[in-house]
Design a protein around this ligand. Sequence first.
Ligand SMILES: [Zn+2]
Length: 341
Amino acid sequence: MYPQHPQLPGQQPQEKHARLHTFWGKGFSKALKSKVCIIGCGSLGSSTALAMAKIGIPKLTLVDRDFVEPENLATQQYTEPQIGLPKAIALSIEAKKASPYIEVHEMVEDFNTENAEQIISSHDLVIDGTDNFETRLIINETCVKLAIPYVFGSVIKNQGMAALFDDKICMQCVFRNPPRRPETCDISGVSSEAVSTAASLQVSEAMKCLTGGKKSGQLLSFNLSINDFTVSKMKQNPQCRVCKQRQFSRLEDKQKRATVLCGRNSVQILPEKAVDVKALEEKIKKTDSGSGIELLNSNMFLLRFRKKPYTFNLFNNGRCIIQGTNDESKAKSLYSRYIGN
Ligand SMILES: [Zn+2]
């Protein structure tokens, strides 16, 4: 059964779906009933989301805490007019343009231990678009706990990896001691070719899982600089504390209020109580120019203002990304001084 095109009622199935059906076999009908969650809408997440939309996956959830910045345009699927929009919103617009008949649920949220289970539950598959191992291990614990397959992906410079994890082999089995401060795209940079290669591998693993129930077992890695493509066999760790002992220690950790965003000279602060963002905007507009507080721009999702050398990016729910510092306590005190709680 194919979804209806809203502007072209009665037109089904689309020709491309008929072709994909031949390619993927009977399992494609199952994929066309699935619900996929993509966590992180940066370089990998924005590429995998558009690919899944174009394939026709009928329900996509896009989760991202950030907004589009000019430096994202080179490797992420955003356009200049979208600068300043939350990435989840901008990507949802692009996904619906690519496939107007699918449902896209956008979540402008920080994915963390408090909301992980609520965000991931009710999906058939999770795709990793994040840029750090700590968040990936939280996704991994949640997916093992809820028995939902997870397609991991990572990319740095000209290299990348992808793998499908499930209750037979989980990320903790394979990456037992992830680096505390691993390289990130923000520090080391990433090539758009590596992004599209890793994203294609993720989409391919995701589709094999959705159409045929493919199980975990292979880690795919590549280095485009030396044309190296490697398939490694993964094994379950018989002592794995996540998938064997079912201990979910990361999920049980209380969420920190302040988080340094690695490589970006920024700190994210979660609110302690509700913030009236509109009232704050009005207050800033009336503020004397001698105060040094400058309103940069605002839209229905985000208010941006500056008090040199800091820039405040305040989302509707009170979450704020403060640019200009890597110091969590400094950021917390800036938040209470200029936002109020
Ligand atoms: Zn495991």
